[in-house]
Write a protein that binds this ligand. Structure first.
Ligand code: SF4
Ligand code: SF4
Length: 414
């Protein structure tokens, strides 16, 4: 075998991400083909670390390494999976250089912070903001059991006893300030948004904008089917238990042929899951999402169906840019702001307000979140995730982690 001759240069492919989060267990993940190696042997770990020593410039002379069966086995597996690369010294007598990828995102927030608020308030800020959620009214005549919980786990309607709504003038200001940002999608939520007191003016105002509006309406609030289907924007139908099956089927029959309706099903247990899946199976063109919901007493459902296994994390190819992104920001929430009827603006419904609109402009609120970091840049953290080799391959933490007060919603022992 060539490797036994020792006269080779060894390096790692530029496509390989190495997780050093667990010092005794390295993960080498090939982002071009999804192949990976878990390395626990101390001599192999030493060899990998040598590749990263600045003086080695990404390449190790195997003649300087004491070869044993573990190293040979590692070199074999690494080269056959495209993770490691070898070059014969007879072909390349002079030591090559291999500049390995190192995290270095342009416009890094920390660098921008050093340049001060004035610099940050420029066009960079506008680029970061990509979508808005606007709760326009707290009014709703229904009494859903988990009205005060759904919205903390997913985009969902919620009401309050004190009925309030955002004035049309305030919405106008939000839209005109957002026009100079990267905002594309705007979610409009309530309460029951169809109880908004200036409904016709609202629809006229939305029609004049160039944003992609999604209007969120609970199934229980849809009684006038033709009124509902004539709303000229994308409609997101919220479906929580108990489900009025007849009403749902009727709406589906209206919606199936339209591509501007999405159903968002709250799933609390296996029975609900099976019921929903059996129902939607009949409608091949339906757009829908299944959203697991923690109701305080269904943790076993989550452990069985939602908590991740290793195979879930590694089932799809994970690109290098995704891994780098997961080290810097939270893709679940980055770029989003949520406006509440009382003027509060939050980056997430589980975090504290970052300010009030219109007291602060949208650019100022974006700046506040970038600096305060209530959620946009929260990456996988906590004792377990920090030492886990999947830390940045794993999807970023979402609302469930906050609601369950547990960072590692998985069955993996680091
Ligand atoms: S329809 Fe929505 S806002 Fe109304 S009670 Fe139910 S969850 Fe709350
Ligand atoms: S949730 Fe945390 S502990 Fe579990 S796989 Fe992801 S990073 Fe590792």
């Amino acid at each position: 075998m060539e490797i036994k001759k020792k006269e080779i240069w060894f390096t790692l492919s530029k496509d390989v991400y190495i997780s050093f989060n667990s010092p005794e267990k390295l993960l080498l993940y090939n982002t071009s083909n999804g192949k990976f190696l878990v390395v626990t042997n101390s001599k192999c770990i030493e060899l990998i670390n040598k590749v990263y020593e600045p003086s080695n410039l990404g390449v190790v002379d195997i003649e300087t390494i004491e070869l044993d069966s573990n190293i040979l086995d590692f070199l074999d597996k690494a080269t056959s999976s495209g993770i490691g690369l070898t070059t014969k010294k007879s072909v390349c007598p002079n030591k090559p250089i291999n500049l390995l990828p190192i995290l270095n995102l342009q416009n890094d927030i920390e660098k921008l912070k050093l340049n001060g608020k004035e610099h940050l308030m420029g066009h960079y800020i506008a680029d970061y903001l990509t979508s808005l959620n606007i709760f326009i009214t707290t009014d709703c005549k229904q009494n859903c059991e988990y009205c005060d919980s759904y919205f903390k786990q997913t985009l969902f309607c919620t009401k309050s006893t004190e009925q309030q709504y955002i004035k049309i003038e305030t919405l106008q200001k939000i839209f005109s300030q957002s026009a100079s940002t990267n905002v594309n999608k705007i979610n409009i939520l309530g309460g029951n948004i169809m109880l908004y007191p200036q409904w016709d003016m609202l629809i006229d105002l939305l029609k004049k904008q160039s944003f992609d509006f999604h209007l969120w309406i609970n199934l229980v609030n849809i009684t006038d089917y033709s009124f509902f289907t004539n709303i000229p924007f994308h409609k997101e139908i919220l479906v929580n238990c108990p489900v009025d099956i007849e009403r749902l089927k009727k709406i589906i029959s209206f919606a199936e042929t339209q591509n501007d309706v999405t159903f968002n099903f709250i799933i609390e247990n296996e029975n609900v899951y099976e019921g929903v899946v059996n129902l939607i199976d009949e409608y091949k063109h339906l757009k829908y999402k299944l959203i697991p919901f923690y109701n305080g007493s269904n943790i076993d459902f989550f452990k069985t169906n939602v908590f991740m296994e290793e195979s879930d994390i590694l089932s799809d190819l994970i690109e290098m840019r995704i891994i780098f992104r997961n080290q810097k920001l939270n893709a679940n929430f980055f770029g989003q702001l949520t406006f509440l009827v009382d003027g509060q603006v939050r980056a997430n419904m589980n975090t504290l307000p970052i300010g009030y609109f219109p007291d602060k402009s949208i650019l100022e609120l974006t700046y506040e979140e970038l600096i305060q970091n209530t959620i946009w840049r929260k990456v996988r953290d906590g004792d377990t995730c920090t030492t886990c080799m999947y830390r940045f391959l794993c999807p970023p933490p979402g609302n469930l982690e906050t609601v369950l007060d547990k960072q590692n919603l998985c069955h993996i022992k680091p």
